[in-house]
Structures are given as structure tokens and as C-alpha cells.
Design a protein around this ligand. Sequence first.
Ligand code: KE4
Length: 422
Amino acid sequence: MSSSHWFERAKAVIPGGVNSPVRAFNSVGGTPVYFSSGKGAIVQTEDGTELIDFCGSWGPLILGHARDEVIETVKKTAEQGMTFGANTRLEAEFAELLCHQIPEMDMVRLVNSGTEAVMTAIRLARGYTHRRKIIKFEGCYHGHTDYMLVAAGSGLLTGGISSSAGVSESATAEVFVAPYNDLEAVQAILAKHGDDIAAVIVEPIAGNMGLIEPTDGFLQGLRDAAHNAGTLLIFDEVINGFRLGPTSYGHMCGVHPDLTTLGKIIGGGLPIGAIGGTKAIMEHLAPLGPVYQAGTLSGNPVAVASGKKTIELLRDEAPYLKMEILGRRMAKGIQQIAAKKGLDLHCAQRGGMFTPFFRKQAVTNLEDSKACDQKAHARYFHHMLQHGFYTPPSGFEVAFISGIHTTHQIDAFLEAFHQFEG
Ligand code: KE4
């Protein structure tokens, strides 16, 4: 049965036929591709085709699909029992590993998604500071908690909406939004409302309006401004965590947030999220402290085993230089081909992450990203798909090169891109 067959069946019983809006191909058009299996960088589809995958399930698959050692440990763990709702040694071992890899984290609490991690981090910041208001950035996406759905990125941008119906005014009234990379805007908000701001939350490297890096001094500036205002700084590293090194981006760049949220990679492909921070803050979480948070499947052995094995492999193999080299080869190749063809395109890249922005100038914030030619992106997406390459079906996302992709696959991508006429 084909993708369109399954899409028609799904639409009858799942809203929009998808369990997450970005998969609906709304911004690129056409019928969403149904995957049937994956191994390494290759996926098979229900249409009997094979694709080289540069979406990687939106980030978790830094080791590629179905990495043998991860599958092995998941199978073995599951055979011992899927979940207990009681403590397991695995949770302690995984928490020790995460805190070892991210030295700024004294403690960590596991949850089941990035959204849950952010929701908990915000509640913890409010409980710890006894303040209410939050500062976030336009185009950053922090999951679908009510008050984070303001000028959010990812699927909201893809769907052309900047916030969601069903979110109460009171929830969003407590959120200030600043342009990404605009430190002065943050300083102005803190100057006026500082003593009521619980936290500033930011993606240290933005990945939900396409790939946008922080300008020099932006993150340190946020760190200093938050500290001076008695406000917590939260790095949402659901994408960035373990993406550029076997640790957090905060540890790598030397700007240490008060709280870090994690997800995606730390689950190795299974549902997971985490909040980590200093003991002084984290001990405000129940059952020790007054900030409540809970989850039936939080820290379940199967997801933890998958994540722990993934982090151990990243620690031991450190495929990061390889991903940087392949990422630069990709971005440089795309840039050179676009220039030859006279295409207005700027390819952002960091490590294994890249986004071809369909405009000439560099992109530093949401306004720039929205000014890109999304129709050209859609044509690029379908051209690459027809040539056997799966990239994120949205111009407001990041494509991922994993530790398993090869130079040959990058060159094959570039060869296909060379035939793209814009
Ligand atoms: P989840 O609840 O989807 O696990 O994580 C939410 C989240 C939080 N923070 C950041 C920085 C994120 O990027 C995300 C989720 N990322 C999107 C794609 N960029 C998930 C894809 C989807 O919504 O299907």
C-alpha cells in the first residue's frame, strides 16, 4: 500500500492524518511520505522507495536509524519488563552519566518529552524565584505548553500561525517576546520588569526557524543580564544537547545556564526529556521541594536504556569532527552550486546541522527567516525527494547529518542538488 493510501486512512481517524503537524507537508505540499523501516542513514518507504534521511526524526537519530548496540540494549531491557513505576538502577546510572557529561548539572529529572522538560523548567523557575513572567524569543520553539505557544517556531511557523487557539490570554500575558539575537530588547524588558521575570528561555543555537546561531556576546549577555536581575537563564537544548559534542552546548560555549532542558538525542529514538541544573534549584522539585512534577513513565527502563547506550556511544566514539567536516562539505557545496545557478540561497551550518535559506543574505532572526522564499524551499524539498533524499518538510527546521552519514552520501546529495533549477 502506498503513502497516499495510508494518508487517506489516517486522515479518517487522526486529525490531519498526523500525530504532529510538521509531518503533514503543509508548507511543502504533496502527500506525506510514509516510512516503513530505517537502518543507518537509509529509510524505506511504503511506496517501495529508499531515501537517504537528512531529517533524522527531527534530531534524535544522531547515530542513524536502528543502531545495533541501541536496539540490542532496548530488546534486552524490554525483556526484563517494560516499566515498573518504581525505581530502577538504570535511572541512577543514567542521571550520573548525564551529570558527568554536563558538569554544570548537579542533578537531573527525567520526563517523557521536550515539552514536558520545558514545562517543568518554567514551573521550577517560577517556584524558585517566586516570580511569574518569562522572556522567550520569536521563532524559538519550546514545545506546546500554553505559554510557550507565543511567536513560536517549528510547526507553528510551518503552519503559518504564530500562536495557538485555545491558549488563554492570562497564560500568554505573562510572556515577553524579544527578537532572537537582540540583547538590548532583553535588557530593556528586564530593566522595566526585571523583578517579576522568573526566567529567560532560549535555544542557544536556534533550530526552529531554520538554523540560526547566536551572534557574538548574545548568550553571555543573556547570562549577565539574567544574573543581574535575579532571573534564571534556561537553555532549551532539546535540539542542541549532545548535538555538537558529548555534552551540552552551554558547557561547550562556556555560558552556563541555571537550568538546561534536554530531549531527542538523550532518548536514542525513544520518548524522553530531562531538566537539569544546580542542586540548589533542582531540590525545589517534589518530593523534596514544593514544585510538583510527575510522570507515569518518567525514567522508564526501556527509554533510559536506549538513551544511556546512545550517550555512551557518543562519549566513546565522538563522531563530532566527522559531522562538522561533512556539514561544511554539504554547506559549501550547496552554496557553490547555488551561486553558479544564480539562486538566492544562504546555507547555514553548524556541526551536522544545516538549513538552506532561500534568500541571499544571512539569516539572524525570525524576520529574516520569514523573508525567505518558502515556495522555492518547497520546490527544493520535492526535487531532493524525487532524487532519493529526505530533508525536513519545512523551511523553518534544521536538516541533520548523523555520525553515520558518509562523504559519498553528501556528494550524491550535492549531485542531485546540482540538477535543481530553483
Ligand atoms: P517534544 O515535546 O516535541 O519532544 O520537544 C519540544 C521541543 C522543545 N524544545 C525544542 C528546542 C524543540 O526543537 C522541540 C521540538 N522540536 C520539533 C522540531 N524542531 C519537534 C518536531 C515536531 O513537533 O513534530
